[in-house]
Design a protein around this ligand. Structure first.
Ligand SMILES: [Zn+2]
Ligand SMILES: [Zn+2]
Length: 283
């Protein structure tokens, strides 16, 4: 793997729930010999969370990354993006919070799949207990409905929001337990993934192959899983490799394994930003 070709467009810093300042990621990227580095703070939302960027901090975030862009211009291509959620009910209000700025790219990711009776959003990317509370309240303990809701919202996101990159496409699978939800090997889960991939293939969006899943012992799989990546290859869906890094130490975590997996499934190129434009580069 030629280090000069490594890119990662999915990283979180202290501006949201990451552990380090942006400059620490830039230094690590240079140390790794990376070609480009993209920052993707969790975009602002209009309800309280402890992991999205405060709307009042968006300008500072953008200025900080753009300063690094200039300072590192000779050694590293730096980009300033966001990882934004899609909400069927409040998307326009939420988008208005961050659309006043120009972003190099948007990663569209689904973290919420409904509104709970207490008014809080049902989150699929937090502790399993929280997921279960929403599951009991909103699905009548249905093992299929969380999967259906998650992928329905993802498909609507592809159509309405049209993000540049689809983030952790099948992340709902982290909530799988035999007593509450079907696994990603279940026919219904696979049918939902396939319907989503068809929508993505028609849209031209890039899908990230995230190594975040293999960083955690309880879910030793990529997002999306290898079987889905093989389907994506047949459908001609372009990919990037990312780690959803919340620390500089995980900036290129699992990247050579991911590239090997991509080659084994038939991929010969991944997408990278060059002078602000998406281009294919060989793997
Ligand atoms: Zn995410
Ligand atoms: Zn992320």
């Amino acid at each position: 793997m030629n280090p000069r070709l490594i890119t990662n467009y999915h990283t979180h810093t202290v501006f949201c729930d990451g552990m380090a300042e942006p400059v620490c990621y830039a230094d690590e990227a240079v140390r790794q010999g990376m070609a480009s580095l993209g920052f993707s703070a969790h975009a602002s939302v209009n309800f309280p969370t402890n992991w999205t960027i405060n709307p009042a901090r968006l300008g500072a975030y953008r200025n900080d990354i753009h300063r690094l862009k200039r300072e590192y211009a000779d050694s590293l291509d730096i980009y300033c993006g966001l990882e934004a959620d899609y909400f069927p009910d409040i998307f326009e209000e939420v988008r208005a919070l961050y659309s006043g700025y120009q972003w190099d790219y948007i990663i569209g990711s689904v973290h919420f799949t409904g509104v709970r009776p207490n008014g809080r959003r049902w989150c699929i990317d937090g502790p399993h207990e929280d997921f279960l509370e929403g599951w009991r309240e909103l699905t009548d303990c249905d093992p299929l409905l969380p999967v259906r809701r998650y992928f329905e919202i993802t498909r609507e996101m592809v159509r309405v929001m049209k993000p540049d990159i689809i983030g952790h496409m099948d992340k709902i699978k982290i909530q799988y337990r035999p007593d509450c939800m079907v696994p990603d090997t279940h026919p219904f889960f696979r049918e939902q993934v396939m319907a989503t991939l068809e929508e993505i293939a028609a849209s031209g969006c890039i899908v990230e192959v995230s190594t975040r899943g293999i960083q955690k012992a309880q879910t030793p799989d990529y997002f999306p899983g290898r079987w889905a990546v093989a389907e994506m290859q047949k459908m001609g869906i372009p990919v990037t490799v990312s780690s959803d890094a919340h620390t500089p130490a995980t900036l290129v975590f699992g990247f050579s394994r991911a590239e090997t997996m991509l080659r084994e499934t038939g991929y010969r190129t991944v997408m990278m930003l060059k002078n602000g434009k998406w281009e294919e580069r060989p793997i």
